[in-house]
Design a protein around this ligand. Structure first.
Ligand code: ADP
Ligand code: MG
Length: 701
């Protein structure tokens, strides 16, 4: 459990209402308030708009004979047999349950003696889980379950069970009870009841009630299929709010004056003189597009999309150089310190020969060093500053900031872009260049980045040899380890990536430590490095530097290396638990190899048996390395009904809307957004506040 310092509980200033902080709800308090803040929930109203990810239907048990593979189901039956079996070293608890229509096998790999002891023949068992067709009939692996002597002690649920996005320290039950209170408080809120012109019924409050606690059976079916009018209403509201926000941002920024940055061509030529390679045609085209923006007296708002390895950094470097040569400052923000450091090193190598100072705002700086850096930034003595997004959030005052480059920062949304507005000198707004390797199909990019102009680098630098990708079952690890050892002895460098499905740095770090220890034992003659998110920044950097300098041949890593890390000599990548990762993430990881001239390999380790989805993912990766094709496939696999994908569409923080499924709604909502901004600014503000957050901090509608 994390340690949070709880602020003293103060009495709420007024009776608790929708605008109050969540901590004032019954059973909440400052600690839970802090936990909820991690989910973006600050006020009681935010809680109302914290919507279920999906529903589970535990209202009725399905007769075993009617179960179908691939579905989630609730079953209620008597235990007819239970035993522990061994496959190799692995223990499995197998429990057969039986009703009049058939029997079902439950399998558990993790269980304790108490759980095992409870599985007595004749007892009743209620289980909820995914049904699949096994060798000997239908089965469930690790269902949620309860055991009792009598069936009456295992009642079914009265309503559909909403499943909410959670975070550590919060349970479904707790969240549900808080949302219940929020719904009560919402009962008479005028804003939630009033119709919004141009949006279909039901009104917001009715839609929320229905979605949080569906009562009728007819509603349940529609909700599960994401086809209920209440969902349709909220999807439109949410998309409209995002459109409003993005259009507003664009409008606002485009009315601001911006510094003129001419001479991008000259900057390009100067840089070319120190670069060991020539820019590709696609890179030159994008430099040209940026050049046109920078001679306008309005801030650039441009997204550069380019697959991993397409060479976005050098394009940014041209713009940074032009800004510096025009007498201004430029900043580059990266999502992790590791990546920021790498950028700082690369940019220094390119720009310092041209007489520029590059400053790196690292977390590891001593206070005195940091103060000196900040002073140099404030006085204008350094031209180019590199750091993480977090570091820029603290009060870094630039003397004359003219350009901000944001690299691979998918959380860098509308609000952050708005906040940059006032960072320029003398009323000027800096230009913004956003770089992304997230391969979003073009049609979708238009929806997600409605406020940005888009450039695409659709060509890889020459001389890259394609990556060969193979999938390998876990049991072939010893053989793989031996082959990796051989490759290292022949001068190759290897990443070995440990991944976990849970979003836990700590567990991931443990897994990486274990793997590193095993590999060191199996390959004692090699130098094996280790890097994970739990290390101090200095340790991480030392590990990366050693790998880059070929002092270590094998680097065991967690997904901290996912974005941007560039070690061209590394040519082999092993990814553990590959079947459980999303395609986009696998593609990003794989992009760490295939950067040099040697032929590269990617080994996807998986735990058999492979599910359908896992198989489809691994097949896609084996077949293609084209990021856009992979993205398209990713969306297809997740499918429109797959609401779980929502969290991944969190690129812009959508909760209910799915940019793929709901793309057809966009044109009409875009029009509506413009109408509202012109004639109904009050409504626009209300809706933005509801769905996006406290935009008033940044924008006067
Ligand atoms: P990404 O688009 O993934 O950010 P990078 O900017 O990290 O890609 O570039 C990947 C690698 O390709 C780097 O080592 C970079 O120096 C190199 N590179 C970039 N452009 C070219 C080019 N035109 N020719 C050869 N190598 C290039
Ligand atoms: Mg990059």
């Amino acid at each position: 459990m994390s340690t949070r310092t709880a602020p003293a509980l103060k009495k709420p200033p007024t009776p608790v209402g929708l605008g109050s902080a969540v901590q004032y709800l019954r059973g909440a308090g400052p600690y839970l308030g802090g936990v909820l803040q991690g989910l973006g929930v600050e006020t009681v109203q935010d809680l109302l708009f914290h919507l279920p990810l999906r529903y589970e239907d535990r209202r009725q048990a399905t007769p075993i004979g009617l179960l179908r593979g691939g579905e989630d189901a609730l079953v209620l039956a008597r235990i007819s047999a239970a035993a522990v079996s061994f496959t190799g070293k692995r223990r499995t608890l197998r429990v057969a349950i039986e009703d009049a229509s058939g029997s079902l096998l439950l399998r558990f790999f993790h269980f304790n003696e108490q759980q095992r002891g409870a599985m007595l023949v004749g007892r009743w068992l209620r289980a909820y889980g995914a049904v699949r067709g096994g060798a000997g009939g239908m089965e469930m692996v690790h269902p949620e379950y309860r055991v009792a002597e009598r069936a009456e002690d295992l009642p079914t649920e009265a309503r559909l069970t909403p499943i909410y996005p959670l975070t550590a320290g919060l349970s479904q039950a707790k969240l549900r009870s808080l949302i219940e209170q929020a719904l009560e408080l919402a009962g008479h809120d005028r804003n939630l009841l009033s119709g919004l012109p141009g949006l279909p019924l039901p009104d917001t409050l009715s839609a929320l009630k229905l979605i949080h606690r569906p009562e009728a059976d007819s509603d349940a079916r529609l909700l599960m299929a994401v086809q209920h009018p209440a969902q349709g209403r909220l999807v439109r509201e949410e998309l409209l709010a995002h459109q409003l926000c993005m259009r507003l941002l664009r409008r606002q920024l485009k009315t601001r004056p911006a510094p003129l940055l001419p001479a991008l061509d000259q900057a390009h030529a100067a840089l070319q003189a120190v670069l060991p390679f020539r820019l590709t045609g696609a890179q030159r085209r994008v430099v040209g597009e940026i050049a046109k923006d920078l001679v306008q007296p309005r801030p650039m708002l441009r997204l550069v999309q380019g697959d991993v390895g397409s060479g976005k950094t050098v394009v940014a470097a041209v713009a940074l150089l032009a800004a510096a040569r025009a007498g201004y400052q430029a900043a580059l923000m990266a999502p992790t310190e590791l990546l920021a450091e790498q950028h700082a090193v690369n940019l220094a190598a390119w720009l310092e020969p041209l007489g520029l100072r590059v400053a790196f705002l690292a977390g590891k700086l001593k206070k005195s060093q940091k103060d000196a850096a900040l002073a140099a930034i404030a006085s204008g003595a350094v031209a180019v500053v590199v750091g993480t997004h977090a570091m820029f959030q603290q009060s870094v005052a630039f003397a004359k900031l003219a350009l901000v480059v944001v690299d691979e920062q998918h959380r860098f949304g509308v609000q952050q872009r708005l906040a940059l507005r006032d960072k320029g000198p003398a009323g000027l707004s800096p230009h913004q260049l956003i770089m992304s390797a997230t391969p979003i199909p073009r049609t979708l990019a238009q929806t997600l980045y409605a406020d940005l102009d888009v450039s695409v680098i659709d060509e890889l630098p020459p001389g890259r040899t394609p990556i060969t990708t193979v999938a390998l079952a876990n049991e072939r690890r010893p053989e793989l380890t031996a082959r990796i050892g051989e490759a290292c002895r022949h001068g190759k460098q290897v990443y070995w990536v440990c991944t976990l499905i849970e979003d836990s740095d700590e567990l991931e770090a443990q897994a990486a430590e274990t793997t590193a220890a095993q590999l060191r034992a199996a390959l004692p003659d090699l130098h094996i490095g280790l890097v994970h998110g739990r290390m101090k920044p200095a340790e991480k950097e030392a590990q990366m530097a050693a790998f880059k300098a070929s002092q270590t041949q094998l680097l065991v890593a967690t997904t901290v290396i996912e974005v941007g890390v560039d070690v061209p000599n590394a040519s082999i990548m092993v990814i553990e638990n590959a079947e459980r990762l999303g395609l986009a993430q696998l593609h990003q990881l794989r992009g760490r190899v295939g950067r040099g001239a040697v032929e590269s390999q990617c080994v996807l380790l998986y735990q058999p048996p492979l599910g359908q989805l896992g198989r489809a993912r691994l097949d896609t990766l084996r077949r293609t390395t084209d990021g856009f094709e992979i993205a398209q496939k990713d969306l297809e696999l997740r499918g429109p009904g797959e609401l779980l994908g929502r969290r991944q569409t969190g690129v812009i923080g959508l909760r209910l809307a799915d940019p793929q499924r709901d793309a057809p709604l966009i044109p009409e909502l875009q029009q509506l957004a413009d109408q509202w901004l012109d004639s109904k600014p009050e409504l626009a503000r209300l809706l933005i506040r509801r769905w996006v957050g406290d935009v008033e901090k940044y924008a006067q509608v």
